[in-house]
Design a protein around this ligand. Structure first.
Ligand code: HEM
Length: 745
């Protein structure tokens, strides 16, 4: 059989010709990572550049060895007292191999266990240098970064498309020490005081008795908590809106959430909120897609990020700040800047861009990089400081603490991915997994035996200084300020900023989630909270649940919507979007080639879907075109638009229930039932649909030809050009049904 060229996204780095059929027997050293991959920089445990080539961080030599480097002859048979006898305790290789394997897993993160990471670079615009002395913001200064995106609730192996908040954590390896901006894709948090974090997490995690449901908030304990702690209502509203099910990590905003303090060269200070703005815009999947993805491709976001980077469609975000005067009361327009359940609308204080982050490299080893990376909001650099936000204050303890269990001791900063790219001379000594070999006898200060080393940093040498912010005279108490008491008006502001379609999605999400709760009291209590946010929303959800809608118990305030919070109404670049091109037996390969080329030119990914794969596909498409999917393997969720390029009569495996997707025995229809299913899903998901030639007949037979967002072209290129007029809006929004019940809110 002839060898196929390497397919993008295929595992390993086996060169252009792919793996050979026979077991390789000629000794050769390990292959380097694929070109799109990289490990962490080669710095010593104490932050100095070592100059070691990246590949020397991995294992070397052409022969299999023990952990101490002795070459091995046989790793397939254990040492036994004869071929039929018992295994021998003496088998050092067996014991080492199995024992190491037995301890391969480390505890997953308490929260944010499932994630995907990538390396990149941040370039400062210089615009923040007037307000912060941090070198990372200097004009054209480039700083290496590692980013980890995550879901919050699910276990490490859970689905990417759970309805959930997403973590957006960035490690900036600056010359002045590591700065971690540990944020989320939602600008507010569930709780105002970190002491409640174990409670909210216990409530949203699976029930402790049966450990179900996995990676979901649609259960009683979560809604019990958020309806009892109504400060959580604002964040919950974002989760129920489309923001809770992003289309891609590349299409999410990120937020530092808390207000931070920046300190300028002259010592002056401002308060800021950090925002990451994706160049591709903010987009979501539909709830139907999210559910299909969770079954058909639970690695959807992880794959999307890695594929985009591998293809050179590097994801980009602008970092921006909203800047506030550092006043004594730390308030802005009636909003307490220390309350992490509140935003300041961008229409009131615009987000000023301060730099650009580009993700350029995939990881070369998931465990060493994405699993072992440890973010920590304590990691600050001169010019960036914290405020007294009671949630942030608690985080300053928690992250440092949790790593000691997860990463097995206090030296996790020495793991390659966590090593600073600045000199480290910290006098911390010993401990589990110490890998630095410290010299000297006097890890204390002052000392005279090591020449006084290390010295405290004088002002001129840029020390980190905890900003001496005044603390008002007060009493010691367990209380929050009264300015934290309004739990509803910003949830209302968010809801009122959405388009009608987004509001409908949100109402449906509440109805779905509360519909999964068993307890009437929990549902009713949540409806009471919704009544105080928006009576029409409350009514819609109550109708869906078949319950009476309660009246508001508080005055429902007037709010001014913030259009920046809606995802509808603008157009965006299409980099890395996927277009399915459906072909059948009478396809014109020239026109398909033209469509593929046009999709490519637009920076998108063409995926040809043929009746079957292998040599049959080659016979159909010729040697210059490839079928990436078949009617059996394709599913609507991986396409942002679909183009029908020919007839699509039932393929042989549509008959006799061979493909369970067919559902019913394939009749004598003219369209393969899998194609019909695909078009039906793509239609409901409000994605652009196009056709040319006999493809138009397929759309007519399926009943979509004259629908909104359906285009016909004279050929492959023309049809793609027409799709391009629809796709930048992300969806054909008018295709989503609305009821009018939320239009006026
Ligand atoms: C604004 C509020 C918060 C945000 C934006 C946030 C964000 C994050 C993110 C992004 C991660 C994942 C980091 C990674 O990818 O490795 C994370 C992990 C974690 N967070 Fe938070 N979090 C918040 C509040 C809290 C609070 C209040 C606590 C505890 C008091 C907490 C404790 C933790 C812990 C223990 C982990 C696991 C860390 C690890 O094992 O590496 N978080 N958080």
């Amino acid at each position: 059989m002839t060898q196929q060229p390497r397919i993008p996204g295929s595992p390993g780095n086996t060169g252009d010709s792919g793996p050979q059929m026979e077991e390789p027997t000629t000794p050769a050293g390990p292959l380097p990572p694929a070109p799109d991959q990289s490990g962490p920089a080669t710095v010593s445990p104490t932050g100095q550049e070592t100059g070691t080539p990246q590949e020397k961080m991995a294992q070397g030599g052409e022969f299999l060895t023990t952990a101490h480097g002795a070459r091995l002859k046989d790793s397939d048979h254990s040492l036994r007292a004869g071929p039929r006898g018992p295994a021998l305790l003496q088998d050092h290789h067996f014991r080492e191999k199995i024992s190491h394997f037995d301890h391969e897993r480390i505890p997953e993160r308490v929260v944010h266990a499932r994630g995907a990471g990538a390396h990149g670079v941040f370039r400062g615009y210089g615009t923040a240098s007037r307000i912060s002395r941090a070198g990372v913001f200097a004009q054209d200064k480039e700083t290496e970064v590692f980013v980890r995106f995550s879901t919050v609730v699910g276990s490490r192996g859970s689905t990417d498309l759970a309805r959930d908040t997403r973590g957006f954590a960035t490690k900036f390896y600056t010359d002045e020490g590591t700065w971690d901006l540990v944020g989320n894709n939602i600008p507010v948090f569930f709780i105002q005081d970190a002491i409640k974090f174990p409670d909210v997490v216990h409530a949203v995690k699976p029930h402790p008795d049966r450990e179900i449901p996995q990676a979901q908030s649609a259960h009683d304990t979560f809604w019990d908590f958020v309806s009892l702690h109504t400060e959580a209502q604002h964040h919950t509203m974002w989760n129920m809106a489309d923001r809770g099910i992003p289309r891609s990590y590349r299409m999410m905003e990120g937020f530092g959430i808390h207000t931070f303090r920046l300190i300028a060269e002259d010592g002056s200070t401002v308060l800021v909120k950090f925002h990451w703005k994706p160049k591709l815009g903010v987009h979501s999947v539909t709830w139907e897609e999210a559910q299909l993805i969770s079954g058909a491709d639970p690695d959807f976001h992880r794959r999307d990020l890695a594929d985009a980077i591998e293809a050179g469609a590097f994801p980009e975000w602008e970092l921006g700040v909203q800047v506030f005067e550092d006043t004594e009361d730390q308030m802005f327009a009636g909003i307490d800047l220390l309350d992490p359940t509140k935003i300041v609308p961008e229409e009131l204080v615009p987000v000023e861009p301060v730099g650009l982050m580009t993700l350029t490299k995939n990881t070369s080893n998931y465990f060493a990089e994405t699993e072992q990376v440890a973010f920590n909001p304590n990691n600050l650099v001169p010019g960036i400081d914290v405020t007294n936000d009671p949630l942030l204050q608690g985080r300053l303890f928690s992250y440092l603490d949790t790593q000691i269990t997860r990463l097995g001791g206090p030296n996790w900063n020495q793991l390659p991915i966590n090593r600073p790219h600045a000199d480290v001379n910290d006098m911390l000594r010993d401990g589990m997994h110490q890998t630095a070999v410290h010299a000297g006898v006097a890890p204390y200060r002052p000392n005279s035996l090591d020449g006084g080393n290390p010295f405290e940093t004088p002002d001129g040498d840029r020390p980190f200084i905890d900003h001496p912010a005044p603390v008002a005279a007060s009493v010691k108490e367990r209380a929050l300020p009264a300015t934290f008491d309004d739990h509803f008006s910003q949830a209302r502001l968010f809801f009122h900023s959405l388009s009608e379609v987004e509001k409908e999605h949100t109402a449906q999400a509440y109805t779905f989630e509360l519909g999964k709760c068993y307890e009437q009291a929990v549902r009713e209590r949540q409806l009471r909270a919704l009544a105080n946010i928006d009576p029409a929303l409350c009514q819609a959800v109550a109708d869906g649940l078949g319950m009476p809608a309660p009246k508001p118990s508080l005055d429902v305030p007037e709010v001014t919507p913030s259009p920046a919070l809606s995802q509808v109404g603008r157009t965006w670049p299409l980099d890395g979007r996927q277009v399915g091109i459906l072909v059948g037996p009478k396809v014109s390969t020239g026109e398909v080639a033209a469509a593929v080329a046009a999709v490519d030119r637009a920076g998108m990914v063409p995926l040809v879907v043929a009746p079957s794969g292998g040599e049959a596909a080659t016979r159909l498409l010729g040697k210059d075109l490839m079928a990436q999917r078949t009617y059996l393997t394709a599913r609507s969720i991986e396409f942002d638009a679909v183009l029908v390029a020919s007839d699509t009569p039932p393929a042989p495996d549509a008959a006799n229930g061979l493909d369970s997707k067919v559902g019913v025995p394939a009749g004598a229809g003219t369209v393969d039932p899998r194609v019909e299913l695909l078009l039906g899903e793509v239609w409901r998901q409000a994605k652009a649909i196009g056709a040319f030639g006999a493809g138009e007949e397929v759309l007519r037979a399926a009943g979509y030809l004259d629908g909104a967002g359906v285009v016909s072209g004279s050929g492959g290129d023309d049809a793609v050009q027409q799709l391009l007029t629809l796709m930048p809006a992300h969806r054909v929004w008018e295709r989503f049904p609305t009821t009018g019940r939320l239009a006026a809110t």
